[in-house]
Design a protein around this ligand. Sequence first.
Ligand SMILES: Nc1ncnc2c1ncn2[C@@H]1O[C@H](COP(=O)(O)OP(=O)(O)OP(=O)(O)O)[C@@H](O)[C@H]1O
Ligand SMILES: [Mg+2]
Length: 349
Amino acid sequence: MDTLLEVRDLQTHFFMAEGVAKAVDHTTFSIRRGQVLGVVGESGCGKSVTARSIMRMVRPPGHTVDGEILYSRPDQNGQSASIDLLQLSATGTEMRAIRGGEIAMIFQEPRASLSPVHRIGDQITENILLHQAVSRLEAEEIAVDMLRQVHIPMAEQRLDAFAHQLSGGMCQRVMIAMALSCHPSLLIADEPTTALDVTTEAQILELMQGLQADLDMAIMFITHDLGVVADMADEVAVMYLGKVVEQGAAADIFRDPKHPYTIALLESLPRLDQKRDWLQTIRGVVPDPYSTLNGCPFHTRCADFIEGVCDEIVPEPITLEDNREVRCLLYTEHARQERPPVAEDSSHS
Ligand SMILES: Nc1ncnc2c1ncn2[C@@H]1O[C@H](COP(=O)(O)OP(=O)(O)OP(=O)(O)O)[C@@H](O)[C@H]1O
Ligand SMILES: [Mg+2]
């Protein structure tokens, strides 16, 4: 299956009076056409900033300072051609055509992302007119159709509403309708169901899955909820302190996580088949992004920490047997010299 988006060594920093926060720090991952990539990791690990970097929507004091965001699309001859989004002007015509059209995003706070002074209908219609060669009347028809698809009751009347007149769940649906109205190749959904009740959440997830299959759209699904990832994702990328520390097929990662951080994340999940009085938590806290840790960024919390290795050498991504990308020194020669091989037989289930 072909790669739709390949992010290589992405670095987005915030230049603050306190220092430089490396929110996204040499992040590398890829998304395949038509597939769902679940992106997980604790709060503050750089998930939203990565998403905004792809959309070229990072605002000062944040800047994407280096890396590549290779986006693959058919050229005039129908051949797949790759462009580096970082080489485009963030406000230029080409990026504006891609943003909201070919790559669309549902933001973490939908109400804050909708304009408070424009009617819902106008916001969706303008986006359609920007990206599709249709008349205003046709654009309005598409808008109503999209609102119906996201199960907004009385869709036609809702076109005249303002964001503040809608509930949080309705705003989420409007954002989804707007994002999907131009049939993007990639939908970036940043915690699309936070602050929703479980029934609405289930409906929205089902809706996204349905549309994903119908439109052959890829989704970068950012969430804290590993249960949702297990349900929706084909692939998983695990982020820690601005880096993707593990990426692979969702089934493989849940069955046999390789990175100690992924192992710890999965162990912190509540499970029905284990009677525990308490939930396992990951020891320690995420270091602040201004810190300049030597070696592996996870070494301060890692259960398998090797002194003199993990606190000294920066791990590079390596590919393991099932096409798993892992950034961990335990799988390298450095660790083998210190300890016998690990994890070949590890079953953490
Ligand atoms: N506007 C900003 N100004 C300064 N620093 C910022 C800003 N936005 C993000 N950061 C920095 O980037 C880091 C990553 O933030 P990000 O929003 O990407 O985290 P996240 O993984 O999406 O977290 P959450 O799960 O809570 O949404 C933060 O820890 C913070 O240090
Ligand atoms: Mg976020």
